[in-house]
Design a protein around this ligand. Sequence first.
Ligand SMILES: [Zn+2]
Length: 277
Amino acid sequence: MNIKLSLTTLLFFHLLFINTTAKAFPANSLRPGGIGVISVIPSNQPKPFVSYKKSPVALIKGQQNWLAVIGIALGDKPGSHEIKIKDNSGKTKTKRFNVKAHQYKTQRLTIKNKNKVNPNKKSSKRIEREYLLKQKLKKTFSSNTPKMNFIKPVSGRDSGRFGLRRTLNKQKRNPHSGMDIAAPEGRKIKATESGKVIFVGDLFFTGKVIYLDHGNGLISLYAHLSKSHVRLGQQVKRGELIARVGKTGRVTGAHLHWTVYLNGNAVDPALFIANNK
Ligand SMILES: [Zn+2]
C-alpha cells in the first residue's frame, strides 16, 4: 500500500515536472524561421553574453546550463551557423549548429485596396518612414530575462501560417512574417506573455498595431486591430486584455496578425504555443 502510494506520488511529481519544463521553452527547430535552443555554459556560472550574426540573443537559465534562445531568420541559409559566447572573464568561444532546409507553402491573396499592394508616391514615403521605425522596434533588446510560457493571443481559425510564400494580386511579396488567426471584429486579444508596451500606433501595412517587449530581444506584435486597450510604457501581464480584433491596414478580412521576434528575426509563433494552445 505504502509502496503503491509513493510510486503514484513519484509519478505525479514526475509528470508535473515534465509538464512545467516542457511549457517554459519554445520548441527547438533548427530551420529558417525557426528557433535554436542551445546550451552554452553551466548555469552555476554568471550569465554570459551570446551573439548571433552580431546581434545579442536571449538567454534563459536552465537547470544545468544557460540556454541561448536564437531566432533564425527566414532568409538565413541552411547549413552551419555559429554563435559567439563571451563569459564573465571576457573569454570568447564559438559554438556551431546546423540549420536544415525547410519548404514553406505558397499562398495567393487578393487585396481589394490596390494602394496597399502598389502604393502611390505619398504612401511610399510613409512606408519608407515606417520601415525604419519597425526595424528599430524589432531590434529592441532590454536586459530583463524573458518568460516564454506563451498563450495563443486570440481564439480562432488559422488563416495563414508563418513563412508562407505570398503573392498579392498575382505579384510576389515578402514571405509571411507571422501567424494569422481569423476571428470576428471586436474579439478580445490577450498578451501572449508578460511584457512592456513599446509601441502603439497605426501603420500603413499593419493598421492599428501594438508591440510588446518581453525582454532580451523577445518581442511580440499584434496587427490589424480595431481597438487598443493599452498605452505606451504600460506593463502588461500574460493573458491581460490588450486589444480587439479588427481589419485595419492591408487585409482581406478581420483577423489578428501575430508576429514574434527573437534577436531581430521574425520566427514561427507556433513554436511557442506548441504545448500551450
Ligand atoms: Zn499576417
